[in-house]
Design a protein around this ligand. Structure first.
Ligand code: KIV
Length: 462
């Protein structure tokens, strides 16, 4: 704790101290942490029980990678689709700009057209930033387009440094610093993507490198962002877990030993071990102001941290949405379905077709008595998705009436009740289905077809 106080009060002095404490460890052969990551075994989570204190920043926010990491793993969006989704992101982030930035490729004309069109909107948030190959020519391109920040790939594990780049750590560090310097010379803010940080030597490479980045920040008086990329999703949030897998440990190291302030730290997760959301929330809790997300978690392999999940994590941590308009999430779901033919798996939280559908008869009965019993929050208010109960042999006329009223979103005056002819007719049909041996619940499509049929025959309008 003493050390933390020093960091907060005399930042610069500590940086001088740290430089000598954590020099670059320029190893001859790669350290791939074979005790943790033997390829023929399931990776291990080791513990040393060193506990890192919470350090949630005063301000936290989301950034978006739907058009970069998201787009890397699916068919490219058209320019129009990008512009429409960008519009939605602007609305979702609200007037306080809680979705602070979104990153765009600049490779093709189509990519650049999308950027121009989004810039034309004139929105302050999400700020349009870029993702480029790190070269002088590309930095000039970023500048000419009028962007202020770009992502630069600075892979930091020995897997990447030795096996992909075929460099030593010293060579990689010098190369990265020269690229970052070149970027800053152009007047562009660099955002350094520390790829594969959860398999890297935190105190032998990452901290010494980030100390140097913070020196460049001082020299150029330009912020340098550090993006903590958990590229293969190895990160864990368990107290006392060992780095490089410990997300709290990495964030603590960056802040305390490399002097990177919260507002310049951003976490980028992947979901290979189902941990993207928890790791992102953990990054917030331990000092990262930003978490980088992708809509519906669409991203490489198992995907990135779903943006919509972090909107609700934000609200749970802060007790407020700070102006974010969560109903836009449902508009985006509908847009992706209609325009892109993309449907999230039905049980996906907040966006799947069945995320708030109660099926079991006894539970459905609870819903009918009071929907708070089996719904996480007022999903109608926040997502325009009223809680639903599915119809089965145990539903009864009340259950069927509830299904019709909620599915068709009927206003109170037009709602049906147990005694309505429509409900009675549907009940007869449902009972017959089960008498004939059915054992599954009725699907929405089946119910809609039957209801249309009954309404047509009886000249009823819903
Ligand atoms: C390519 C890098 C920056 C990345 O997105 C990741 O590490 O997940």
């Amino acid at each position: 704790m003493e050390e933390r106080k020093v960091f907060l009060n005399t930042h610069t002095n500590l940086l001088e101290l740290e430089e000598h404490m954590y020099p670059l460890v320029d190893v001859d052969s790669p350290n791939t942490f074979q005790n943790l990551f033997r390829y023929d075994q399931i990776p291990k989570i080791a513990f040393n029980d060193r506990i890192v204190p919470h350090h949630m920043p005063d301000e936290i926010w989301l950034t978006d990678t739907t058009f970069r990491d998201g787009q890397q793993s699916r068919a490219p969006y058209t320019t129009e689709q990008i512009v429409t989704i960008y519009d939605y992101l602007h609305k979702l982030g609200g007037p306080n700009g809680k979705i602070k930035q979104s990153e765009f490729f600049l490779y093709s004309k189509k990519d650049r057209d999308a950027v121009y069109k989004c810039l034309e909107k004139g929105y302050k948030f999400p700020e349009v930033t870029s993702w480029i190959r790190a070269s002088k020519k590309d930095f000039e391109l970023v500048k000419n387009i009028g962007l202020k920040e770009t992502g630069i790939l600075v892979s930091c594990s020995d897997y990447h440094i030795f096996y992909k780049l075929k460099m030593t750590r010293k060579e990689a560090l010098e190369h990265y610093l020269s690229v970052v310097r070149e970027c800053m010379e152009t007047g562009i803010r660099p955002r350094c993507h520390l790829e594969d940080i959860t398999r890297s030597d935190i105190y032998g490479f990452v901290i010494p490198f980030c100390v140097e980045l913070m020196k460049l920040r001082e020299e150029y008086q330009i912020p340098v962002k550090v993006r903590v990329c958990d590229t293969l999703g190895y990160g864990v949030n368990y107290p006392g877990a060992v780095i490089p897998r410990s997300i709290p440990g990495i964030i603590y190291g960056l802040m305390t030993h490399a002097g990177v302030p919260s507002e310049l730290i951003e976490f980028h997760g992947h979901n290979d071990f189902y941990k993207a959301v928890n790791n992102s929330t953990t990054a917030w809790l331990y000092g990262s102001s930003g978490v980088n997300c992708s809509l519906f978690g669409i991203g490489e392999r198992t995907g990135n941290t779903p943006l919509e999940a972090m909107v609700f994590e934000y609200a749970q941590l802060r007790g407020t949405l700070d102006g974010m308009d969560t109903t836009v999430i449902t508009e985006l779901v509908e847009y992706y379905e209609k325009e892109l033919g993309y449907r999230a798996p039905s049980r996906t939280p907040f966006v799947g077709k069945n995320f708030n559908v109660t099926r079991a008869g006894i539970h459905a009965d609870g819903m009918l008595k009071n929907e708070e019993i089996y719904n996480i929050f007022d999903t109608d208010k926040f997502l325009n998705r009223p809680a639903l109960v599915s119809v089965s042999n145990t539903s009864g006329t009340a259950g069927i009436a509830y299904w019709i009223n909620t599915y068709y979103k009927l206003p109170p005056k037009r709602q049906v009740d147990k005694s309505s002819v429509l409900v009675q007719e549907i009940k007869k049909w449902v009972d017959k289905e089960y008498e004939d041996g059915r054992i599954t619940v009725l699907t929405d499509d089946e119910l809609v077809a039957k209801i249309n049929n009954v309404c047509g025959n009886l000249h009823i309008e819903l």
